[in-house]
Design a protein around this ligand. Structure first.
Ligand code: TXA
Ligand code: MG
Length: 316
């Protein structure tokens, strides 16, 4: 059975692509520094950009990190599910330091996808997994997209079909004082997190709390123009709340943000594959999942050539 094979590959220090409810992950044994190094290598990811350690449950998370009352409440409310908690790393954490890029904190997430859970249960240890795409590219929401990006750099792909959510997890950092900061908008809306921990702080500007956050990132090959209501003749239109015009695609004809999130990356890849030069994107509302969709689109649209070198290296 493929889970048994995947487990064997992980134990041998190999790389396994597996589905989660958000996007596909590029998995490795979190406790094996060599395996973790292979993940950075396969993704072309800079080593100062840390990885999320995936765990089966809160119990495993508490072995790795000091979780205060708010972190525990968040985990109890949203795990298993698309929430990543960044918290102070315990000295006795078994996760390789390389995975945390030398930070005093660790990112932890218990995914809900049945295949991910089966793999975690079989393996019995944390699995590091960034999104299964080449650094800076659009995340993979199908096994085919992951394989197209990573090719022979990986040992096995577990195919679970298209990922149900299609956008990465929401990342919340909790410091020693219990202050909660939103590091990445994601699959769980801000208001749902705030209902548990109160108002979320914004990351300090200038300080890189989540290195993948502010730069050009999640980018297709085509250029993007955002909040467009009338596309130009030479642009492919990514519609929302309306059917797609010829040559374009719609994120959701009915204006459904959940559907739009699920379609976002696959549509960007499809328009790239069609050879489109510029994608004009319809306005996406800011509420609910709209915050995360707008965040990804803004980073996909960020100027690439003009980026400072230090930022160019920080893409995840
Ligand atoms: O939905 C997801 O989160 C997917 C699936 C596979 O779980 N994973 C994912 O991983 O999106 P990745 O590596 O593409 O993005 C993780 C983000 C990066 O921006 C990284 O900088 C940040 O999490 N991160 C990881 N550890 C951190 C830490 N200790 N402090 C701050 N940010 C951290
Ligand atoms: Mg990523």
């Amino acid at each position: 059975m493929s889970i048994a094979r995947a487990d064997k590959i992980l134990r041998a220090g190999g790389l396994v692509v597996f589905p989660t409810e958000t996007v596909y992950g590029l998995g490795a044994d979190a406790t094996n520094p060599l395996a973790v190094a292979r993940v950075f290598e396969a993704k072309g990811r800079p080593r100062f950009n840390p990885l999320i350690a995936h765990v089966l449950d809160l119990e495993e998370a508490e072995r790795q990190a000091r979780l205060g009352p708010k972190a525990r409440e968040l985990a109890q409310r949203f795990w298993p599910g698309p929430l990543t908690i960044v918290a102070p790393r315990k000295p006795e954490s078994t996760v390789a330091e390389l995975a945390c890029a030398g930070l005093a904190t660790i990112a932890l997430r218990a995914p809900s996808h049945p295949m991910a859970r089966k793999l975690l249960a079989a393996f019995g240890k944390p699995i590091v997994a960034p999104s299964a795409n080449r650094s800076g590219h659009v995340s993979a929401t199908t096994a085919q997209h992951a394989a197209a990006d990573l090719g022979d750099r990986i040992d096995l792909v577990l195919d679970g079909g298209p990922t149900p959510i299609g956008l990465e997890s929401t990342i919340v950092a909790l410091d020693e004082e219990g202050r909660a900061t939103l590091l990445r908008a994601g699959a769980i809306a801000r208001t749902d997190i705030e209902a548990v921990v109160g108002t979320l702080a914004a990351p300090e500007t200038g300080a890189i709390a989540a290195p993948g956050m502010l730069q050009s990132h999640y980018a297709p090959r085509a250029r993007l123009r955002l909040d467009v209501t009338s596309p130009r003749a030479d642009e492919a239109y990514l519609a929302f709340g309306a059917p797609a015009p010829p040559g374009g695609l719609t994120l959701s004809a009915t204006g459904n943000l959940v559907e739009a999130a699920a379609n976002l990356y696959a549509h960007l890849r499809a328009l790239d594959a069609a050879g489109v030069q510029t994608i004009a994107v319809a306005p996406i509302p800011r509420h609910g999942l709209g915050e995360a969709i707008r965040d990804r689109l803004a980073r996909a649209a960020a100027p690439r050539g003009e980026r400072p070198a230090s930022e160019a290296e920080e893409r995840a």
